[in-house]
Design a protein around this ligand. Structure first.
Ligand SMILES: Cc1cc2nc3c(=O)[nH]c(=O)nc-3n(C[C@H](O)[C@H](O)[C@H](O)COP(=O)(O)OP(=O)(O)OC[C@H]3O[C@@H](n4cnc5c(N)ncnc54)[C@H](O)[C@@H]3O)c2cc1C
Length: 508
């Protein structure tokens, strides 16, 4: 079993795209090659807009590559909450946008004959305890108010007892990377360029045309779509998303067992979350179990999330053979509703799509529909509920941000003597923050005893990092940026590597 390689990554034929080389000019730039960015580029290209996609990494190493790929508007138990938080009209907009997204995914697959293991499925939200039945019934009432056809049942094929479940039909599942790569092939044929290994560092300008600064060249454009998962822009004028979003990790196990595979997609109504669905393949079927959720960098030992999923399997699925174990994170907004639309009310021409709270297969597709409409037609349906500027950021927070940056910039590379007593406490294969001459230093000791040191302050806004024991990474305690043990960015919002600390016999 390879750690942190998803079933999708392991079973797709990938292809690579060149990095940008020099400056270009285009009508619309899409930043991010996950499902959101690629679908946006697909729709824009179809509507005749000259579009380019850039990605900091590759198309197969993002959140889309590590999802469970349920395509549903049943995003946990949300509709009762949505109606009470934002009212029936906006709850309907949320539903409608996600329902249209399911139809779009299906249509794209059918129209282009895309082979991506698409299957229409029922989706169920289930309760295992008596005291959860009421919550299921409340969700069912919300479905009725919004006109969602649904069924209450106790008969679902899970290998354990449930008390009640509410099911909705005509949802779906697929292989997300096969889908994204097929879309990227279509884009290529339509002359929409995709550049990998092209990290965007900044967007300059307060009205079109914008100058987008990447590590490989500059892009002049009329519109920018920020579909890069967690927006990396950290100055005051771009909406300060880092003050109103955090990231949450989830874990997935891919397991074959002696239990007869069943159809349908399942998620329970209360924490701890267990999300289940089979992926059918030439070997038979592999069960994907998701759960173990926690805020990034908040769990003492991340390995316990995998352990709780393994325990679940051993309890209910005889002779489980774990073939895959992976984890990833998604962006969570203050009110659990994505931010989709114009990124900041002062700057027309820059759009954002983020905050999908682990439901981006549909929400990312819905975002692509909304943003491509906004660019081409100047308006779209269902925009109010997702309006990105619905929270105001007070002026005093701008000072906090500047201070945060100064702290991060004030660190300098320094040498850490190998004889330091604290280094003995770092177990092989583990990372730890040690104090040296009044500064904190993150030290990782590999399986051969070699040390790697970093300054454990995120290059995004200076927050402290924590060592992730399951993935062997340094994770930001504020916004969820992640770095490998050598300080390279694994995922944003940070775009710059950590400062390294040399650990040697010499003392500076
Ligand atoms: C474990 C798990 C299970 C999930 N299960 C489901 C599910 O069953 N159903 C569902 O609907 N959703 C699910 N989700 C959520 C879903 O996977 C995500 O919401 C979705 O993949 C987000 O897609 P995206 O395109 O917005 O972001 P990503 O797929 O992360 O793509 C963003 C891209 O932007 C690039 N990028 C970042 N910064 C920059 C930069 N500065 N410059 C250039 N490029 C940049 C990255 O390299 C990346 O390729 C799950 C999430 C997790 C973590």
């Amino acid at each position: 079993m390879s750690k942190n390689l998803s079933y999708w990554q392991d079973t797709v034929e990938t292809k690579s795209y060149e990095a940008l080389a020099g400056n270009i000019e285009i009508n619309t730039l899409v930043i991010g090659g996950g499902i959101t960015g690629i679908t946006t580029a697909y729709l824009l290209t179809k509507l005749g807009v000259d579009t380019v996609v850039v990605d900091a990494g590759t198309l197969n190493k993002n959140t889309t590559a590590k999802t469970t790929a349920k395509i549903t508007y049943q995003h946990g138990a949300i509709y009762n909450d949505l109606i009470s938080k934002v009212g029936e009209e906006k709850a309907l907009q949320y539903l409608d946008a996600n329902r249209q997204a399911i139809t779009l995914v299906k249509d794209i697959i059918e129209n282009h004959n895309i082979s991506c293991d698409y299957k229409t499925q029922w989706a169920y939200l289930y309760a295992t305890k008596e005291n959860e039945i009421e919550k299921v019934m409340k969700e069912k009432e919300a479905y009725d108010r919004l006109g969602i056809p649904s069924t209450i049942t106790q008969e679902i094929p899970l290998p354990f007892d449930i008390k009640s479940a509410v099911g909705v039909e005509n949802q779906g599942q697929f292989h997300p990377l096969k889908y994204v790569y097929e879309l990227s092939n279509i884009l290529e044929k339509e002359k929409c360029k995709i550049y990998e290994d092209t990290c965007v560092l900044d967007i300059e300008g307060e009205k079109p045309p914008f100058k987008v600064v990447t590590k490989k060249g500059e892009i002049k454009c009329q519109n920018v779509v920020v579909a890069c998962h967690y927006p990396f822009l950290k100055d005051g004028k771009h909406g300060m998303y880092f003050l109103r979003m955090h990231q949450s990790r989830s874990y997935v196990l891919g397991v074959r067992s002696d239990v007869k595979p069943f159809e349908g997609m399942y998620i329970n109504i209360n924490d701890p979350i267990y999300s289940l669905r089979y992926q059918f393949d030439e070997k038979g079927a592999i069960l994907l179990l998701g759960g173990g959720n926690h805020r990034t960098a908040e769990k003492e030992d991340e390995r316990s999330s995998y352990e709780s999923l393994e325990k679940f399997f051993h309890e209910y699925f005889p002779n489980p053979k774990i073939e895959y174990a992976w984890s990833n994170q998604d962006c969570m907004t203050l009110d659990d509703i994505p931010y989709i639309g114009q990124m900041s009310s002062n700057i027309p021409g820059i759009y954002v799509a983020t905050g999908f709270k682990k439901w981006g297969m549909t929400s990312g597709t819905a975002a692509a529909m909304i943003i491509s409409d906004l660019i081409v037609k100047g308006k779209s349906d269902n925009t109010d509920v997702f309006f990105p500027s619905r929270f105001k950021v007070v002026d005093s927070t701008k000072n906090f941000i500047t201070n945060g940056l100064e702290i991060a910039e004030s660190f300098i590379m320094r040498l850490l003597p190998i004889h330091l007593k604290e280094l003995d406490d770092v177990t092989m294969g583990e990372g730890k923050i040690v104090e040296y001459e009044g500064s904190k230093i993150g030290v990782y000791r590999d399986e051969n005893g070699k040390y790697e040191g970093i300054i454990p302050n995120c290059t995004h806004l200076g927050c402290l990092l924590k060592f992730n024991r399951a993935e062997k990474s340094w994770d930001c305690t504020c916004h969820g940026s992640r770095f490998d043990v050598l300080g390279n960015v694994i995922e944003g919002p940070a775009v710059r590597p950590l400062k390294r600390v040399e650990i040697s016999d010499t003392k500076n």
